[in-house]
Ligand binder design. Structure first.
Ligand code: NAP
Length: 457
């Protein structure tokens, strides 16, 4: 048997990762978000291939970066003026090695194949981190829900589900919500699925509690982010009590991150939407935000009409110039760049956690880590939503409903466990304190081991 030195193994691992990245880049040249997500993973997993050279032989990286399948379809519907509208719908079924495909549906005009693939790719490792048996997928459409009537939203959701229903099922692929898809949209899609295929509670998650939804699902992602931040802070002898928090976005994730942060004694001073941000030095009044965003589906600037002490600023990135202890980007991808990261660090930020998926650019993440800022990557910090979705699937299978307290307690355990797994892996693979690397490696190992067990296909 040839004796291979550790150095040779390191070189072999490095060149394998570089070669696969070149191949992925060539194959997906026009998909910058997808390439960014792949790069973020590849930057951290070299030590895994030193310990597991067999993964190279079995082409684990080549296989894991190519989705099992991409479904793209026309969604035709009729608007309130009786005009025919056509959108493009997607479902990327990325990897079902450890369970049925699981991941949200996004309705936003920026949706394209690159965005859905980056989200689906991240979902593989996030889902593995939860410790629950769910694979990675994502879907969406380039449909803009803004300014649409309730009837138009319903017709669009029905048209989207008419096609999607051919590819999903409780043991195959279980979509949920994401940007632009909340309880209302899930309700319309569930109704359409039922009409087409029969009642199957477990085909979608994020359902209304009255027809198979789980208590605590609405709050899960935002609460989970704060439970994760709590673990990061505790390790350094810090706490949320008395801290100042800035949150971007004012949708599902942002709202419940703000709520839990406030419950734990933090003062949230700013939040935003895609037009601008509000700064309330007295602390954001969450009831007003909810009234505007969940009630009348208005714009965040309306907040200052009710609270004259607060200020409204046009544009999104300015929110990161507000001094805070904890920054939580909870809106969308690449919303926090290196300039914003520099400002946050100059202003004394202690912790940053990604409520959104890939909200920080690669350079911003590197800067936080280099400066010793506690940094919770999205794969770990926002995994609470999909974790409670998996709990919703369990309740649907058992035909049972757990109480809010039961679900919340399981969520807290899952988030603590994710934090522990990420720190343990970071330590073991030479990245102590780097939760990006720890989360990537932990999620990756779970999926890679299962892929090896299943053989090449
Ligand atoms: P949401 O309820 O639709 O809210 C999205 C928020 O982000 C809104 O305030 C929206 O403002 C803002 N936003 C959207 N696009 C933007 C842009 N291009 N620039 C600035 N702001 C923008 O969606 P959500 O469910 O909270 O999702 C937010 C993020 O969390 C996404 O990255 C999503 O993938 C991630 N995430 C969600 C879940 C979940 O369970 N929902 C789980 C894990 C991760 P407008 O109202 O002006 O559009």
């Amino acid at each position: 048997m040839a004796i291979v030195s550790r150095n040779e193994q390191q070189l072999a691992a490095e060149s394998y990762i570089m070669n696969v990245f070149d191949m992925v880049q060539k194959r997906n040249a026009h998909q910058p978000e997808f390439l960014q997500a792949v790069k973020e993973l590849f930057n951290t997993i070299q030590p895994v291939f030193v310990q597991h050279p067999e993964y190279i032989k079995y082409g684990v990286l080549e296989r894991i970066t190519e989705p099992d399948r991409i479904i793209s379809f026309r969604v035709s519907w009729v608007d309130d003026q009786n005009r025919v509208q056509v959108n493009r719908g997607y479902r990327v079924q990325f990897n079902d090695t450890i369970g049925p495909y699981k991941g949200g549906i996004r309705f936003h005009p920026t949706v394209n194949e690159s965005i859905i693939k980056f989200l689906g790719f991240e979902q593989i490792f996030k889902n593995a981190l939860t410790g629950l048996p769910i694979g990675g997928g994502k879907g969406g459409a380039d449909f803009d829900p803004k300014g649409k009537s309730d009837r138009e939203i319903m017709h669009f959701c029905q048209a989207y589900m008419t096609e999607l229903s051919n590819y999903i099922g409780p043991d195959v692929d279980v979509p949920a919500g994401d940007i632009g898809v909340g309880a209302r949209e899930i309700g319309y899609m569930f109704g359409q699925y039922k009409r087409l295929k029969s009642y199957q509670a477990g085909v979608l998650t994020g359902k209304g509690v009255g027809y198979g939804g789980s208590l605590g699902r609405t709050e899960a992602t935002g609460y989970g982010v704060i439970y994760f931040v709590n673990e990061m802070l505790k390790e350094k002898g810090l706490s949320l009590e008395g801290s100042t928090v800035v949150v971007s976005g004012s949708g599902n994730v942002a709202t419940y991150a703000m709520q839990k942060a406030m419950q734990l004694g933090a003062k949230v001073v700013a939040c935003s939407d895609s037009n601008g941000y509000i700064y309330d030095p007295d602390g954001i009044k969450l009831e007003t935000v909810k009234e505007i965003k969940e009630g009348v589906r208005g714009r965040i600037k309306e907040y200052v009409d009710k609270h004259p002490n607060a200020e409204y600023y046009e544009g999104c990135t300015g929110i990161w110039s507000i001094p805070c202890d904890i920054a939580l980007p909870c809106a969308t991808q690449n919303e926090l760049d290196v300039e914003s990261a520099t400002l946050l660090i100059q202003n004394g930020v202690k912790a940053v956690a990604e409520g959104a998926n890939m909200p920080c650019s690669l350079e911003a993440v590197d800067l936080f880590i280099e400066n010793g800022i506690l940094f919770g990557p999205g794969k770990a910090a926002n995994a609470g939503g999909v974790a409670v979705s998996a709990l919703e699937m369990s309740q649907n299978s058992m035909r049972l409903s757990w109480t809010f307290e039961e679900v919340d307690s399981k969520l807290q355990d899952i988030m603590k466990n994710i934090y522990r797994k990420a720190t343990t892996c970071a330590d073991k693979y030479g990245y102590s304190g780097n939760l990006v690397a720890g989360a990537n490696i932990s999620g990756f190992l779970t999926v890679a081991e299962a892929m090896m067990a299943h053989g090449v296909y």
